[in-house]
Design a protein around this ligand. Structure first.
Ligand code: GH3
Ligand code: MG
Ligand code: MG
Ligand code: MG
Length: 311
C-alpha cells in the first residue's frame, strides 16, 4: 500500500525536500483493519481520480493523518489498537480538522453508535457493508464542499499563520509586482528540526501545541511588513518585501538567537526547546523558481547540521 511507502520515506534520516501536494488534491485517508475492504475502496476510488491512503491501525492512521493532511477521513469504529470514536475525537480536537469530513464506519449501526459518532465530532456515520450506490455520490459531495472550504480559507486554523493557499496567491502577487516594478523581495522557508521526535516523545497534541507556539513566536518577532505562512506540516514561509537575502539572513539569525533563549513550557512535562533550519532565496527578474531555490538552500542548512540559515 501507498501508506507503507510513505512511512518508510518518513523514516529516512533526511529526505530530499519536496513541495507538498497542493491543497487541491483530494486525498482520502482510510483507517480500517479490514485490509481487503480498504484495498477495494482504493481500487474503486483511484480510477475516479481520488487518491486513497490506507492505515490498518490507529497508530499508523494517526501518523498519516498528521503527515499527509488528508481532505477526508474514513474511520472504522473498531480498530485493533484503538477505539475509532476516541480517535475521531482526537482528530476533531486537533482544531484544524474542524472542516474535515470525517466519517465513522461501523457494522453496528444501532442508533447509540450513530449518536456517539456525532458526539465525538464526526460529520457522518456510515453503516457497513457500504452501499456503494450511496457512498460514491456521498463522497463526491463531501469532497466538493471540502474543496470550496479549502479554497476560501486563508488562515491556517492551527497556527493562525496564513495557509498554503494564501502563500501561493501572495507569492504570485509579489512576483507579478516585482516584474512590473523591479522591486525584489526575499523568501525564507523555515523547517523545524527533528520535529517528528516531538510527536514521538510527547504525542501529536503536544506537537500541535509546539507548532502553535512557534508561529506565535515568529508572528511576535517578525517585522510588520513581512508575511508569515504555514507552508506545510512543520514548514513555514516568510515573505520579506524589499529585503536583500543578507538582510533576511540577519533577521532569521535574530529569530535563531531568540529561539535559543526560549523554552516552551506547559506542553510536555519538561520544557521543550526548539530549533529550525532556514533556506533563503531572493526574487530577481525572470527567475521563477524562488521556492525551489529556497528549498535547496533549506536542504543545505539541514545537511550542514540544522539550526542555521543558508542563502
Ligand atoms: P528534519 O530536521 O529533517 O526536518 O526532521 P523532521 O522530523 O522535522 O522532519 P520529517 O519530515 O521527518 O517529519 C516531519 C513531521 O512533522 C512528521 C509529521 O508527523 C509532523 N507533522 C506534520 N504536520 C503536523 C501537524 O499538523 N501536527 C503535528 N503534531 N505533527 C505534524
Ligand atoms: Mg521532512
Ligand atoms: Mg519538513
Ligand atoms: Mg522538519
Amino acid at each position: 500500500f501507498a501508506a507503507d511507502e510513505s512511512a518508510s520515506q518518513q523514516e529516512t534520516e533526511l529526505e530530499t525536500p519536496e513541495i507538498e501536494a497542493s491543497s487541491e488534491e483530494a486525498l482520502v485517508l482510510v483507517i480500517d483493519s479490514d485490509a481487503e475492504f480498504a484495498a477495494k475502496l482504493k481500487e474503486t476510488l483511484e480510477p475516479k481520480g481520488i487518491p486513497v491512503v490506507i492505515a490498518l491501525d490507529g497508530q499508523k492512521g494517526t501518523e498519516l493523518f498528521y503527515t499527509l493532511h488528508p481532505q477526508m477521513v474514513l474511520l472504522d469504529a473498531k480498530l485493533p489498537d484503538a477505539d475509532g470514536f476516541s480517535l475521531a475525537e482526537r482528530f476533531a480536537e486537533a482544531g484544524r480538522s474542524r472542516h474535515l469530513p470525517l466519517a465513522i464506519l461501523s457494522e453496528d449501526d444501532r442508533i447509540d453508535h450513530q449518536i456517539r459518532a456525532m458526539e465525538v465530532g464526526a460529520t457522518d456515520f456510515l453503516a457497513k457493508p457500504l452501499n456503494m450506490a450511496y457512498f460514491l455520490p456521498y463522497l463526491a459531495n463531501r469532497l466538493r464542499s471540502q474543496e470550496i472550504v479549502l479554497r476560501s480559507t486563508r488562515i491556517d486554523e492551527l497556527t493562525g499563520a496564513g495557509n498554503r493557499q494564501a502563500f501561493d496567491e501572495f507569492l504570485l502577487q509579489m512576483t507579478n509586482l516585482a516584474e512590473r516594478t523591479g522591486k525584489p523581495f526575499t523568501l525564507a522557508l523555515l523547517d523545524l528540526d527533528h520535529f517528528k521526535k516531538i510527536n514521538d516523545d510527547h504525542g501529536h497534541s503536544a506537537g500541535d501545541e509546539v507548532l502553535r507556539s512557534f508561529s506565535q513566536f515568529v508572528l511576535n518577532l517578525k517585522r510588520e511588513s513581512d508575511s508569515f505562512f504555514r507552508y506545510g506540516g512543520e514548514e513555514f514561509a516568510l515573505v520579506l518585501p524589499e529585503t536583500k537575502p543578507q538582510e533576511a539572513a540577519a533577521l532569521i539569525d535574530r529569530l535563531h538567537k531568540a529561539l535559543s533563549e526560549t523554552e516552551f513550557a506547559g506542553i510536555a512535562p519538561a520544557p521543550i526547546r526548539l530549533t529550525f533550519s532556514a533556506g533563503v532565496s531572493e526574487y530577481r527578474l525572470k527567475q521563477e523558481t524562488i521556492v525551489n531555490k529556497a528549498d535547496k538552500a533549506l536542504y543545505q542548512a539541514k545537511r550542514n547540521g540544522r539550526n542555521q540559515t543558508m542563502v
